[in-house]
Design a protein around this ligand. Structure first.
Ligand SMILES: C[S@@+](CC[C@H](N)C(=O)[O-])C[C@H]1O[C@@H](n2cnc3c(N)ncnc32)[C@H](O)[C@@H]1O
Length: 691
């Protein structure tokens, strides 16, 4: 069944904020229930209601988890702070024509504060929404013009205000459920928060002056002196303002649009020490996500789509703890005008369950040119024959149902991993299995290698070595697949369910080009992504490398040689590799690090039992903190002069870097000692150093 267009649009809107479809679904269902299936209310204002409801549900879950009473006096205070913040946001939107004017919460009317400080219960204070809305109009217009409460005069207060707020308020019925009350409050506020000027006021031709005018917004970062108390922090967060910069010069074509989206973003995490400097940083680094989706001609609908950007400012009330602030900072959208920073909100073009942003803090790098594909694709000659008929009954679990991990006796699909599933119920690779994979990779024993008679790597190469240099025999994970009776949520289907982690492409400082970092803490054994690219035969790869343009930064290809040892001679169309240079997924940005990388590649069998073709899945090999670059050891032998793919000069920065060409004697000596001391356990060393 084709997915409901409205659901898809709602998911797309939330992905821009890095919120996955799975997280959105329950909130969306609940909203539809509360609003009697009225999509219009949910879709208005770039899904502001949905965005707020999502955060509300998160917070509610948190509080529920802490065993908090559902209704407390704090709720009143929280609502006050929210209302106060909404008024600030409104001011920003309303005052968008006077760029320099930034209204601080401290400038908010005394009436506003008085009302907000009211200890009245939440239910009886809905009228405050209207009053505060009017007050914010006054602020926004330098108090020169009084905005009346009626709908007609409200229209005078600017594009973002319409009379509908009143009718929304009047329609409200009181619910005894705290969560529904929150939704109602948000709904009442919603008409004041909308971002219509960004996306829906685009009418008429797309000329520059017009677009400039439409997209000009202000931004302000704010600093409250050395006292990190609650009020100051609230202010700081409240002042972290949204906005997609639109700074158009020249015609509105695609290359130009790239430049138009220069804006800053940076997610920043300061660990558990909540001091003033950290918080200031967090807020200052809070992120922007103008969506950039430039394809096709620059007509209005297209521009709408390009400029759809969401913003959400959020206030967690009096419970201002580190976790809350991090969330606020992560979701807030800041923008420094004239910044040369570039950001794309989703390089996956909506093809993954989570959006992946790209950030270039220098604004100097050309955006990568490649086609994002979420799954491997055959280039031409590779012999990959995926068919159900090739999966024997003993290679699948057709009698299973639900989740294979909950079986008392593991099913047939666990045979490959010794009768035990490789994954835990939490979806992580089991410690024992992971350690064995790490050991084979970083400290292989002679018996871990196999040697082919006629090595496909060097076949056709100018410098044919006398003998094969060996291939590592790797441990495979086998996942359940289509012929299995279990469902898609089965715990033995991790890699095939795709990306889940919040990742970001960024420009590295060490000359490695683009890299990937995680935006959240990752546990050990966590699936990060699959290495996806074109499936090529080795012969096709060499042909391609021979003719590649010197300008192209070639991604280093991955050889699918994990099982080459099982057959003495491989046919040409069975000796395969993955090349993600022109077509690939997020993994094409993961840089190499010698030995102590934080990811490990594990071969995963999904569709077919033969091992010429398999998936390369990247898992964390230890805990990884948010904002760390993710790296993996490509397994390059930097000394191999005969290899047809020339290795790059390694800048990984690891103490154990194997690229000795540019390293000093001392470094080489250290490396030699590491190898030489047979009792020396490299894995324990890097665990200590980098955990
Ligand atoms: C899979 S891509 C990684 C993404 C790449 N940095 C980019 O900007 O597109 C592999 C390429 O990145 C560069 N690279 C990766 N790791 C590196 C390292 N440790 N030192 C220097 N260059 C590296 C090399 O050019 C390599 O061919």
């Amino acid at each position: 069944m084709a997915p409901n267009r409205r659901v898809t649009n709602a998911y797309n809107a939330m992905r821009i904020l890095g919120i996955s479809d799975d997280e959105v679904m329950p909130v969306l269902k609940r909203l539809l229930k509360v609003y009697g299936n009225s999509w219009e209310l949910i879709e208005e204002d770039n899904y502001q209601t949905l965005i707020h409801a999502y955060f509300e549900s998160m917070e509610y879950q948190q509080e529920k988890g802490k065993g908090k009473a559902p209704i407390s006096n704090h709720d009143g205070e929280r609502a006050r702070l929210k209302l106060q913040m909404i008024s600030v946001v409104d001011n920003e939107i309303l005052s968008k024509t006077s760029k320099k004017k930034i209204i601080k919460p401290s400038q908010a009317s005394k009436e506003d504060m008085k009302l907000a400080n009211s200890s009245q219960p939440l239910q009886t204070r809905l009228s405050e929404v209207e009053i505060i809305s009017s007050l914010s109009c006054m602020d926004a217009r330098d108090s020169k013009k009084l905005c009346h409460e009626n709908a007609a005069s409200a229209r005078d207060c600017g594009d973002s205000f319409d009379g509908s707020s009143r009718s929304h308020i009047q329609k409200i019925h009181m619910s005894s459920n705290r969560y529904e009350k929150e939704l109602i409050i948000l709904k009442a506020k919603k008409p004041k928060l909308h971002l219509e000027p960004v996306s829906s006021h685009l009418k008429g031709p797309c000329d520059d002056s017009n677009v400039n005018h439409r997209f000009k917004f202000i931004s302000a970062l704010y600093q409250n002196g050395p006292n990190p108390n609650h009020a100051n922090l609230s202010n700081m967060v409240q002042q972290a303002i949204v906005h997609p910069e639109y700074n158009s010069a020249g015609p509105c074509d695609d290359s130009n649009t790239n430049r138009h989206f220069k804006s800053i973003s940076s997610l920043y995490q300061n660990g558990p020490n909540l001091n003033h400097a950290n918080l200031t940083n967090m807020v200052q680094q809070a992120v922007v996500h103008p969506e950039h989706n430039s394809r096709g001609p620059c007509d209005d609908s297209n521009v709408n789509c390009r400029f759809k950007s969401i913003s959400t400012l959020y206030q967690y009330g009096p419970n201002l703890n580190h976790a809350n602030l991090t969330k606020i900072a992560q979701k807030a959208i800041v923008h420094a005008e004239n910044s040369s920073i570039q950001i794309l909100s989703d390089i996956t073009k909506g093809s993954e369950k989570v959006a992946i942003s790209l950030l270039d803090e220098t604004g100097s790098e050309e955006l990568p040119k490649f086609n994002y594909i979420p799954n491997n694709i055959i280039y031409q000659n590779a012999n990959v024959n995926i068919s159900l008929a090739r999966v024997a009954d003993e290679d699948c679990c057709s009698d299973c149902s639900g989740n294979c991990l909950s079986l008392t006796f593991p099913c047939a699909c666990s045979q490959e991993t010794g009768g035990e599933f490789a994954y835990t119920r939490e979806g992580l690779v089991k410690e024992k299995f992971l350690e064995a994979c790490i050991a084979t990779k970083i400290k292989p024993q002679p018996y871990h290698f196999v040697y082919c008679q006629e090595c496909p790597i060097y076949k056709g190469s100018e410098h044919m070595p006398e003998e094969c240099k060996g291939h590592l025999v790797r441990k495979f994970i086998k996942e359940c697949w289509r012929k299995c009776g279990c469902d898609m949520q089965c715990g033995n289907r991790v890699v095939q369910r795709g990306l889940r982690c919040k990742l970001q492409v960024f420009l590295t400082q060490e000359g490695k080009g683009w890299g990937i970092r995680t935006l959240e803490d990752l546990p050990k054994g966590c699936f990060v992504c699959e290495y996806v690219g074109e499936i090529l035969t080795n012969a096709e790869l060499y042909e391609r490398v021979l003719h590649k343009s010197s300008k192209d930064r070639h991604t280093y290809p991955v050889t699918l040689d994990a099982d080459w040892g099982s057959e003495r001679v491989l046919k040409d169309d069975e000796a395969l590799c993955l090349d993600a240079t022109y077509n690939g997924n997020i993994a094409r940005f993961i840089n190499h690090r010698c030995f102590d990388a934080n990811l490990i590649d594990i071969p995963v069998e999904v569709e077919i039992p033969d091992r010429h073709y398999y998936h390369i899945a990247l898992f964390t090999n230890r805990k990884v903190k948010a904002y760390k670059e993710l790296t993996w050891d490509y397994g390059i032998d930097f000394d191999d002069q005969e290899h047809p793919i020339k290795a790059f000069q390694c800048c990984c920065g690891s103490t154990f870097c194997r690229d000795k060409k540019k390293k000093g004697l001392l470094h080489n000596l250290l490396l030699y000692l590491c190898y030489a001391m047979s009792e020396f356990d490299l894995s324990s060393l890097f665990n200590v150093t980098h955990a």
